[in-house]
Design a protein around this ligand. Structure first.
Ligand code: CTP
Ligand code: MG
Length: 187
């Protein structure tokens, strides 16, 4: 793999973690994950975190990951542009897609504890919580997969690219969600 290929593969393989946050906006609605409950006078997660958004978002990311697994198998590129061998590949996809939504929920939990209202701006937390969730869970469950693609060798440039791309993607998706009438604010 050339350094450029390593960086592009790193971005490609993180898509199952990047898609859920945007997809959740489209799926969102219905029962809130905290069932409307509060803790110390503040909502645990708030009205912006629903079960439909959580599973709809995570499963949309996972479905895209399964498509990537199928493509890598078809081209015989499981070890470079894929998530490795089945069934580990599927496990990695599920870990980063669900990790992404877990990180997003954790971000809202922290926001509520800091007394930041649902939908109100929380710089860094809003843009990175889902990404950090995916990264931490990947490090826990498949450390070598993460280190090989995003830390060791040229992989670190993939991580740097993602750190720049993630807030831009987050912003673009929210502007689209706002224009579609799915979000009340464009951030
Ligand atoms: N969403 C959802 N369920 C989730 C995550 C997101 O239904 N688990 C939907 C909600 O409609 C939410 C929108 O996606 O309003 C945008 O998500 P986000 O910006 O994360 O939520 P906010 O409404 O800004 O709430 P918070 O302040 O808690 O981040
Ligand atoms: Mg928000």
């Amino acid at each position: 793999m050339t350094p450029l290929e390593t960086v592009l593969a790193g971005a490609w393989l993180m898509l199952p973690a990047l898609i859920p946050n945007s997809a959740a906006v489209l799926w969102g609605g219905g029962t809130p994950m905290d069932f409307g409950r509060s803790w110390k006078g503040r909502r645990i997660l708030g009205e912006g975190k629903t079960w439909r958004g959580f599973f709809g978002g995570a499963l949309t990311g996972a479905l895209f990951g399964m498509l990537q697994i199928a493509l890598a198998a078809a081209f015989g590129t499981e070890q470079t542009w894929g998530f490795g061998n089945w069934p580990t590949a599927l496990a990695v996809v599920l870990v980063i897609s669900f990790g992404s939504m877990l990180g997003d929920s954790t971000g809202s939990f922290v926001k509520r504890r800091l007394e930041i209202g649902r939908g109100a701006k929380a710089p860094v937390l809003d843009q990175y919580s889902f990404f950090v969730g995916a990264v931490l869970l990947a490090l826990l469950a498949f450390p070598d997969w993460f280190l090989d693609h995003y830390v060791r060798g040229d992989g670190v440039f993939a991580l740097v690219l993602l750190l720049v791309l993630v807030p831009l993607l987050h912003r673009s998706a929210n502007i689209i969600g706002y224009k579609m009438g799915k979000k009340n604010v464009p951030w």
